[in-house]
Write a protein that binds this ligand. Structure first.
Ligand code: C5P
Length: 208
């Protein structure tokens, strides 16, 4: 490894993206939102009217990803969320995206957020955070985000979608969502964004 790699994993809407991005800025490291790779893969499959659960179709989409796919504006929302989680359960998709993530992290070090950074992509990372919050709090935060974007959504529907996606991510056979044995678990249920960030930064500094 040529630079510091920090792995930030956790379930959906736990605030790990915000934390990871701020940590990267603070430490002068590149940042990679690895969920975008799965979202863009799922989106390519949906665009071609394919089934995101079809291994051959999904793996071909993952291998064909371009930087432009990652910059699309339609990678969020219920359909993209579930398509991402469906393609992410396919081993050939994960294999197709692995080297790219490793190359990114190895070039200059990086903060990467996702589900399997500390367990699979960079098991040797010196700093691993597993950021979580209660299901109700995560649903509330995602609902507030949608409100802020002007997207009408029922809280109960948002909660059900998050629960379904997390269950799929936790139960898959390949690279399931779980904390690495040596990860620091940060539960942000009772913390606001500032307190969560201060706690995360302290945990990182303890490990450097
Ligand atoms: O982090 P985000 O919610 O954008 O990720 C979308 C989906 O991509 C997740 O629900 C998960 O299925 C998948 N993912 C993954 N491994 C990662 C990052 C994301 O399986 N490292």
């Amino acid at each position: 490894m040529t630079g510091l790699v920090i792995a930030v994993d956790g379930p959906a809407a736990a605030g790990k993206g915000t934390l990871a991005r701020r940590l990267a800025t603070e430490l002068g490291l590149p940042y990679l939102d690895t969920g975008l790779l799965y979202r863009a893969t799922g989106r390519r499959v949906l665009d071609a009217a394919g089934d995101p659960r079809d291994p051959a179709v999904a793996a071909a989409a993952a291998r064909a990803l371009t930087p432009a796919d990652l910059a699309r504006s339609d990678l969020r929302g219920p359909a993209a969320d579930m398509a991402a989680s469906a393609v992410a359960a396919i081993p050939a998709v994960r294999a197709a995206l692995l080297d790219w993530q490793r190359d990114f992290g190895r070039r200059h070090g990086a903060v990467l957020d996702g589900r399997d950074i500390g367990t699979v992509v960079f098991p040797e990372a010196p700093v691993k955070l597993f950021v979580t919050a209660s299901p109700a709090e995560r649903a509330r935060r995602r609902w507030l985000e949608l409100q802020a974007k002007g997207t009408a959504a029922e809280l109960s529907v948002v909660a059900a979608e998050l629960a379904a996606r997390d269950a799929q991510d936790r139960q898959r056979a390949t690279a399931p969502l779980k904390p690495a044995a040596d990860a620091a678990v940060l539960d942000t249920t009772e913390l606001d964004a500032e307190a969560a960030y201060a706690t995360a930064l302290a945990l990182v500094r303890q490990r450097l």
